[in-house]
Design a binder for this molecule. Structure first.
Ligand code: ADP
Ligand code: MG
Length: 263
């Protein structure tokens, strides 16, 4: 049996009177690639943020603490409405990819990738920006992997959106992530860049066995790239199963009649 890398049990989150996550349960095994679907506002981002301990412990959004148990990579992230400090251990091994890339645009591509290695860098070295040759080599390998080795010395702000997202993936590789959480990674990209980014995510999932949980608003990408789909509707898990089982009826019930199912 494969190792479980994410376990969420009975997760509930309220923002004031808004019950944003309702008794959510989720289990992801090592090596899985899971699409998280659902209409806008259904709780996808809130769930992903919980997996990285970004909500329960965040005072600014912590209207009421979330309830439920979350374990990632074998360590508790939150339990009994409390954020667990052990989340630091799982965060170090969790790459987070954002719709707007969240790179440091005034730094070079290589420097952005090196940031992924900060956790394994002694403090004095990271403060002086001195990375070892081995780390630089590792960062170059990560850039090679996403097809951007030739861009290493460029400023991030010179790159296209699709290229910036590939830098973010290289940063996760540099981090030696065991899990990648990607929140709408292709929502701002054109179809060609979307395909390249999804191909890379799929490739590292297959070759490195990195578990990927990716929120998507295009059902066809989910079906094409992700063997499993978890769909949220109004904060509840509405569907959890093989993507080929997403039939027209399920999609119509999930999105209303707005979305046409993939051909
Ligand atoms: P999705 O990613 O599926 O579009 P979200 O997780 O962003 O949905 O939001 C789920 C619900 O929680 C929405 O009703 C949203 O308005 C609410 N919500 C999310 N984040 C916050 C926040 N920081 N403060 C208040 N409400 C929030
Ligand atoms: Mg979202």
């Amino acid at each position: 049996m494969n190792k479980q890398v994410i376990s969420v049990q009975q997760l509930n989150k309220h923002f004031a009177n808004n019950h944003a996550l309702k008794n959510v349960g989720l289990s992801v095994e090592q090596g899985e690639m899971v699409a998280l679907l659902g209409p806008s506002g259904s709780g996808k981002s809130t769930l992903l943020r919980h997996l990285n301990g970004l909500v329960c412990g965040d005072k600014t959004v912590n209207d009421k603490p979330s309830n439920g148990y979350i374990e990632v990579l074998g360590v508790p992230v939150q339990k009994n409405g409390k954020f667990c400090k052990t989340v630091r251990a799982s965060r170090c091994q969790t790459g987070y990819i954002f719709q707007q890339f969240n790179l440091v645009t005034r730094l070079s591509v290589l420097q952005n990738v090196l940031i992924g290695g900060l956790n394994s860098t002694p403090l004095w070295r990271s403060l002086t920006g001195r990375f070892t040759l081995a780390q630089k080599q590792q960062a170059m390998n990560a850039l090679e992997r996403v097809g951007l080795a030739d861009f290493a010395t460029q400023r991030v702000s010179n790159l296209s959106g699709g290229q910036q997202q590939r830098v973010a993936i290289a940063r996760a590789l540099m981090q030696q992530a065991k899990i990648i959480l990607a929140d709408e990674p292709i929502a701002s990209l054109d179809p060609e860049s979307s395909r390249i980014v999804m191909d890379i995510l799929s490739d590292i999932n297959k070759k490195e066995g990195i578990a990927v949980v990716v929120t998507l608003h295009q059902v066809d990408y989910a079906v094409r790239y992700c063997p499993r789909v978890v769909a949220l509707k109004k904060g509840e898990v509405f569907f959890d199963g093989p993507s080929e089982q997403l039939d027209e009826g399920t999609l119509a019930a999930l999105y209303g009649s707005k979305v046409t199912p993939p051909q």
